[in-house]
Design a protein around this ligand. Structure first.
Ligand code: PLP
Length: 394
């Protein structure tokens, strides 16, 4: 930790624990203490830590080919892209390394689409208040949370923000210069807020009527998190573009922009690139991830376990009405909102051997690995009860 403080940039507030090993739903620190992981590395290790099947693929891949650049064709890229497209609306995929990069690619594509179809000024994108799309300047410009933008202004001026689930506001925001709409089917970093089916349908209709591209950022809620391989598959709407990252590599860095062929044609050769995008080792692992997470029985289980978690959290809300304001979420992304911040709540869970995400000390965001068992969900719920009862009167 001393060396960490000396040489690591101070950009994160970290819990005081050094993690050294992972196995399934458990992590171990350097003193040998075990933790139940209810974060999945922020919705990344959906198949748990050090999944044996993925290790096998990774080891084999590491002995084959590490990197050749995108000047050449490699088999793993094609196979992963096929695996994604066979299971979605996608026809073409652009690979990159992170969620922000997938969003950047979508943003550039939407702008180029607008210029080509409507004229040079048609580069405006509508995004939602409370959204989160990443920390690079383009993705940050689409992020509807002033706290992330304020120290880095000016942002790109071509973004309009509208409140979520407000169809009229969306309709009024669309103009001659609009080229696309970007949204998360469930706002993850924004506090686990679901978009209503009716709103998504209206967004689809308005995009069609006005010749706009509809982009879903599924970086956090895609890859099985909601009990569907891709989150929009649990809604009545199919987007034109979909951003993926996080759990696609189950911990190895990869991002992807998925599109129909016509939409992707607006990024022709030379318009966009990423040196490491489509890395052959990571693509082989990600293909296995898509196959495992895309299994129908696996996804059924995720939805059922999501219900167990949700019901448990609702019961706790009933037991602690003075502390818990709301429970919301879908599948295995669930959140408990408190009436007011509970300082140090994350540390209380840590001390009990459970890792959780507690933004602003006001929300408990549950993102367990999708392989979590019902017994482990009960173990977690017991821990929530212990932490809340130690805090004070219900
Ligand atoms: C919906 C969404 N989009 C984009 C990002 C950015 O992803 P990354 O941190 O991989 O750049 C995140 C990260 O939390 C996210 O939740």
């Amino acid at each position: 930790m001393t060396r960490f403080f000396e040489h690591i940039a101070d950009t994160y507030a970290r819990f005081p624990v050094v993690l050294v090993k992972g196995n399934g739903t458990r992590l171990m620190d350097e003193t040998g203490r075990e933790y139940l992981d209810f974060t999945s590395g922020i919705a990344v290790c959906n198949l748990g830590h050090c999944h044996p099947g993925l290790i096998e693929v990774a080891k084999r891949a590491l002995e084959e080919l590490w990197h050749v650049s995108n000047l050449y064709w490699t088999r793993p890229q094609a196979e992963l892209a096929s695996a994604i497209c066979e299971r979605s609306f996608g026809e073409k995929v652009f690979f990159c390394n992170s969620g922000a990069e997938a969003v950047e690619a979508a943003f550039k594509l939407m702008r180029r689409f607008g210029r080509e179809t409507k004229g040079p000024g048609a580069v405006e994108v509508i995004a939602l208040e409370g959204s989160f799309h990443g920390r690079t300047l383009g993705a940050l410009s689409l992020t509807g949370q002033p706290k992330f933008q304020k120290d880095f202004r000016p942002m790109l001026p071509t973004v309009t923000f509208v409140p979520r689930n407000d169809i009229k506001a969306l309709r009024l925001a669309i103009g001659k210069r609009t080229c696309g709409v970007i949204l998360e089917p469930i706002q993850g970093e924004g506090g686990v807020f679901e978009l209503e089916d009716e709103y998504l349908e209206a967004a689809r209709r308005l995009c069609d009527e006005n010749g706009l591209l509809l982009c879903f950022d599924e970086v956090q809620v895609g890859m099985g998190r909601t009990g569907h391989l891709f989150a929009h598959q649990g809604t009545p709407v199919v987007p034109d573009l979909m951003c993926l990252a996080k759990a696609l590599g189950n911990g190895l860095p990869i991002g992807a922009l998925v599109a129909r062929e016509r939409a992707m044609s607006y990024l022709p050769p030379g318009t966009h690139a990423s040196t490491f995008g489509g890395n052959p080792v990571i693509c082989q692992v990600a293909k296995r991830v898509v196959e495992l997470v895309g299994d129908v029985r696996f996804l059924d289980e995720v939805r059922e376990k999501g219900e167990v978690l949700k019901e448990g959290l609702w019961a706790i809300k009933g037991e602690y009405p003075g502390l818990v304001k709301e429970v919301r979420g879908r599948g295995l992304i669930q959140a408990v909102e408190f009436h007011s911040p509970i300082p140090g709540i994350g540390k209380r869970f840590l001390e009990k051997g459970v890792l959780v995400i507690t933004p602003g000390d006001k929300l408990l965001r549950c993102l367990p690995p999708l392989i979590i068992t019902r017994e482990e969900i009960e173990e977690f719920l017991t821990c929530v009860r212990e932490v809340l009862s130690a805090i004070g009167p219900a």
